[in-house]
Design a protein around this ligand. Structure first.
Ligand SMILES: Cc1cc2nc3c(=O)[nH]c(=O)nc-3n(C[C@H](O)[C@H](O)[C@H](O)COP(=O)(O)OP(=O)(O)OC[C@H]3O[C@@H](n4cnc5c(N)ncnc54)[C@H](O)[C@@H]3O)c2cc1C
Length: 369
């Protein structure tokens, strides 16, 4: 672990400047930690003071109260990437596998870009996702047919319950669709670094996502050059406002605001019934296979069919993105209260139309939906 370099804590820092939504009131105490030892020392000190703690990465999956956060906010600013592979003489195992270990404060997309440039497969479809490496295991970041659960080897964390640093193997992280042990037990683990096991090669992992396969002109399950996969994902994401761009107000969001509902056979039958009643006898509910014989239904489809189209707004302070039904944006000058009022309206509308309860994807800090 690197040496502890204490940074001056600052009071009253506006968290809006640290969230991609541009929303959130002041933190009682704000500190940026540039070394893992500093992160641990700050967490321990806050715990000893009995003070609420918010670990802040890139703020791209956070909805923070207008009132702010009455506790310590630790902004993770640790850096460092290390590649260890077969042939490096460390006995790392499987031929063609490279372990990439990155500090929690590394920028995720920069790491994914570097992996593609270095000829390492496994993160090429996760291009353009904002935020930091340390947050990727929290909700098992995923897009376009890949998720980090497939490549994470170990997650190094400070365990606040045991007050020690632990290395959790992927099998112990409880990964699922947009969830993990970290998300289910919020606050217990502070991620210090993540190791990814990537495959050396020029080609991508098999392309699973139909929209991506179409845009690449290949069939599902085929492989394409890594750089092509990355470029195609970025192009698709840009079209939906899903790549951060200060010049594009449609990207002032927290990404998808709701997860896609996962339904068993009975839930799907009830939804199909409700869809026919609302949309007519020919209504076909789109779905994708999920684990254990369940299906994933696109939340965007439900939201649109419940009457909330792209650009929808019920106040001047929040609206649905003009590019992506699942993203709620701060048009500028909005508030968290406005955003949550819109989210509640959409959730209630989908429930009334289809009997489905949408679940928010971002982490809500000091607010509830
Ligand atoms: C335009 C846009 C597009 C997006 N697209 C996608 C997508 O395609 N797929 C996807 O999965 N997500 C997507 N997201 C959501 C978001 O980018 C990811 O969830 C990302 O991993 C969040 O990283 P962050 O560093 O910004 O975390 P933050 O928003 O800062 O934090 C999120 C949560 O993680 C916790 N956390 C952060 N760092 C640590 C740490 N080191 N240790 C412990 N806890 C920590 C925080 O306390 C908080 O609970 C998108 C967001 C935006 C704005």
């Amino acid at each position: 672990m690197t040496a502890v370099r204490p940074h001056a804590a600052r009071p009253g820092v506006a968290l809006a400047a640290y969230t991609t939504l541009g929303l959130g009131g002041p933190a009682r105490r704000f500190v940026a930690a540039e070394a893992s030892g500093e992160v641990v020392a700050e967490v321990r000190a806050a715990d000893e003071r009995g003070e609420p703690l918010l670990v802040l990465g890139g703020g791209s999956n956070l909805v923070v109260a207008d009132e702010g956060f009455d506790g310590t906010v630790i902004r993770i600013a640790t850096r460092g990437v290390r590649l260890v592979g077969d042939g490096d003489g460390d006995g790392d195992g499987e031929a063609g596998t490279v372990t990439v270990t990155a500090a929690a404060g590394e920028d995720w997309d920069a790491l994914a870009r570097r992996c593609v440039a270095d000829g390492l497969a496994g993160t090429e479809c996760l291009a353009g996702i904002p935020g930091l490496v340390g947050a990727t295991p929290i909700q098992n970041v995923g897009a376009y047919g890949q998720e980090v659960a497939e490549t994470i080897g170990t997650v190094s964390c400070y365990d606040r319950a045991r007050r020690e640093i632990v290395a959790l193997a992927a099998a112990d992280c409880g990964f699922g669709y947009r969830t993990s042990r970290f998300k289910r037990d919020p606050g217990r683990f502070v991620v210090l670094g993540v190791s990814f096991r990537l495959t050396r090669g020029r080609m991508s992992t098999p392309i699973r996502y139909a929209e991506l396969a179409r845009s690449l002109g290949v069939g599902a399950g085929e492989r394409v050059p890594l750089a092509d996969a990355r470029a195609a994902v970025l192009a698709l994401r840009r079209g939906k406002g899903m790549v951060l761009d200060p010049a594009d107000p449609e990207t002032r969001s927290a990404g998808s605001f709701f997860t896609n509902p996962v339904l068993g056979p009975a839930g799907l039958a009830a939804l199909e019934h409700a869809a026919r009643a609302r949309l007519g006898p020919d209504a076909a509910v789109p779905r994708f296979p999920a684990d254990d014989g369940q299906v994933k239904v696109p939340a965007a489809w439900l939201i649109e069919r419940a009457g909330f189209g792209k650009g929808y707004a019920s106040s001047a302070g929040a609206r649905i993105s003009a590019k992506h039904t699942l993203a709620l944006v701060n048009p500028g000058g909005g508030s968290t209260k406005d955003l949550l009022a819109l989210a509640a309206e959409i959730r209630d509308g989908v429930r009334a139309a289809f009997g489905i309860e949408l679940t928010p994807e971002p982490v809500l800090v000091g607010v509830r939906l």
